[in-house]
Write a new protein. Structure first.
Ligand SMILES: Nc1ncnc2c1ncn2[C@@H]1O[C@H](COP(=O)(O)OP(=O)(O)OP(=O)(O)O)[C@@H](O)[C@H]1O
Ligand SMILES: [Mg+2]
Length: 462
């Protein structure tokens, strides 16, 4: 299961607002749920009357053609108003379709129970054909027919509009970080990680003397908790430099491509650009470079949990000297268990006080509020909302950097915490990545949580 930001953080109303972007992008997840309902024959058996069934079949085809362009539409809606309106209509329609499928499922279940009750245990399996063509089913289907026709008409309209929006099919848009990480520590003041650094040191510098090959040490934790920062501290420490013959840092991130990662490792080790192409040549070269060398490799921000990919990437590492280590940073426990040869190191949130220091560092350029005591109260409250997450403290602190005005701080505390433009904030992209990797049913669940405060404010019934 992927580790996410703290639930209290996520469910706060402010985050709910910011996450409306995610909620609007959750339609493809909702489609996944819809199609599983289409696939569940059980609920549609009740709709088997020819005309009804024919219409519903038509929907499925049209919805599938729409789903093919959803990724592109969800990305383009930020810049294109027509796409945004089209998506909003589609969202309403998807809810109507969902409601109707649920009505079929409920009706079918009711009839099943009646049948079971009256027919007795021995004849239960015969209920379906009788039910589908029973007079009560026909009445129900007739009642539904006008609703169904309305949905068909809207769907046809949406399919026609889709053609004019020039949306691309199956582009598979994936959220991306704006910049890859590097081995350089980009934080001048890193707070409260001394003990964690010591603990990682202990594992990295341990010469376990085993012949089992290179040890893989996972560092796990939610997005923005400081995995990369901690690993940068370890990587750049003099003891580490002296202990290993070779070091390499690779930001793996979303696009796990064995050829690309192998090439980057090679370049990082040799500090030279590499013109070789093809995995075979690259692996042979890497093997030659690593042979009998004690190396430290950092694979930062790994999402791919495919065991086969990992074994292919890892094959040149076997020739390294026994005490060689690979550090993998990841948000995913699955990645940690697939790749790790030792138990993962689980990085925890900062204490409130340390988080406060991160915040004041970025808001005031100081460790504390001693020079700005009037801002302390608001600052402390803002930091409590960060739940020990340095990324949140840094982002919000940075937002207030130019403002020493009491009211501006109050405003941020009250309403603008999460309205930070995406380009100035790592929070939404960090959330977006975790969201992207959730299975469809959890995406939908998450999107519901994100829009809940909005629905409640608008007084709509759910
Ligand atoms: N202990 C700390 N003191 C001060 N700043 C920190 C600390 N830890 C992290 N930061 C800052 O918080 C931000 C997020 O940290 P980092 O990138 O290390 O998180 P991460 O866990 O690697 O996130 P992700 O899962 O997105 O890769 C960075 O900008 C970093 O500079
Ligand atoms: Mg990271």
């Amino acid at each position: 299961m992927l580790k996410f930001l703290p639930i209290s953080f996520l469910l706060s109303q402010e985050v709910g607002k910011a996450m409306s972007a995610v909620a609007e992008a959750a339609l493809s997840a909702f489609f996944g749920v819809l199609f599983s309902k289409f696939d569940s024959l059980e609920s549609l058996k009740f709709a088997r009357e020819k005309q009804v069934y024919g219409e519903i079949n038509k929907w499925e085809k049209m919805l599938r053609s729409i789903r093919a362009v959803l990724d592109d539409a969800e990305e383009k809606q930020m810049k294109n108003g027509s796409v945004k309106i089209w998506l909003a209509k589609l969202q309403d329609l998807a809810y109507d379709v969902d409601d109707l499928l649920d009505e079929f499922a409920t009706e079918a279940l009711g009839h099943k129970l009646i049948q079971e009750h009256s027919a007795g245990a021995g004849k239960i399996h015969n209920w379906i054909p009788a039910l589908c063509f029973s007079p009560s089913a026909a009445i129900f289907n007739t009642k539904m027919l006008s609703k169904i026709k309305e949905i068909t008409a809207t769907l046809e309209e949406l399919v026609t509009q889709k053609m004019n929006l020039e949306l691309r099919e199956n582009v598979g848009v994936r959220p991306k970080r704006s910049l890859p990480t590097t081995s350089l520590v980009n934080e001048v003041h890193v707070y409260a990680r001394d003990n964690d650094k010591e603990a990682i040191f202990e594992i990295v510098l341990r010469n376990d003397g085993s012949d089992d090959g290179v040890s893989v040490i996972p560092i796990i934790g939610m997005g923005g908790i400081g995995k990369t920062t901690l690993t940068q501290l370890v990587y750049n420490d003099d003891d580490i430099k002296n202990y290993f013959d070779l070091k390499a840092w690779v930001c793996v991130s979303e696009d796990f491509d064995v050829v690309k990662v192998t090439k980057t490792i090679l370049q990082s080790i040799t500090s030279e650009t590499c013109d070789l192409n093809g995995l075979n040549l690259l692996q042979a070269k890497l093997k030659e470079k690593l042979s009998k060398k004690k190396f430290l490799l950092v694979l930062d921000d790994v999402w791919n949990d495919n065991y086969n990919d990992w074994t292919i990437l890892g094959s040149p590492f076997e020739v390294g000297a026994p005490a060689s280590k690979i550090i993998v940073t990841t948000r995913s426990h699955l990645v940690s268990s697939v790749m790790g040869t030792v138990p993962g190191f689980s990085l925890q949130e900062l204490s409130n006080d340390d988080c406060l220091s991160v915040f004041t560092q970025h808001a005031l350029g100081a460790r504390d509020f001693s020079r700005q005591p009037n801002l302390r109260e608001f600052g402390e409250e803002i930091v409590r909302k960060c739940n020990g997450l340095p990324l949140a403290a840094k982002t919000i602190g940075g937002l207030l950097w130019t403002s020493m005005d009491h009211d501006a701080w109050k405003d941020v505390l009250k309403s603008k915490l999460w309205d930070i433009p995406i380009e100035n904030s790592g929070i939404i992209p960090a959330l977006w990545l975790s969201y992207y990797h959730l299975p469809p049913h959890l995406k939908q669940c998450f999107a519901c949580c994100a829009i809940l405060p909005r629905i409640m404010n608008s007084g709509r019934r759910i």
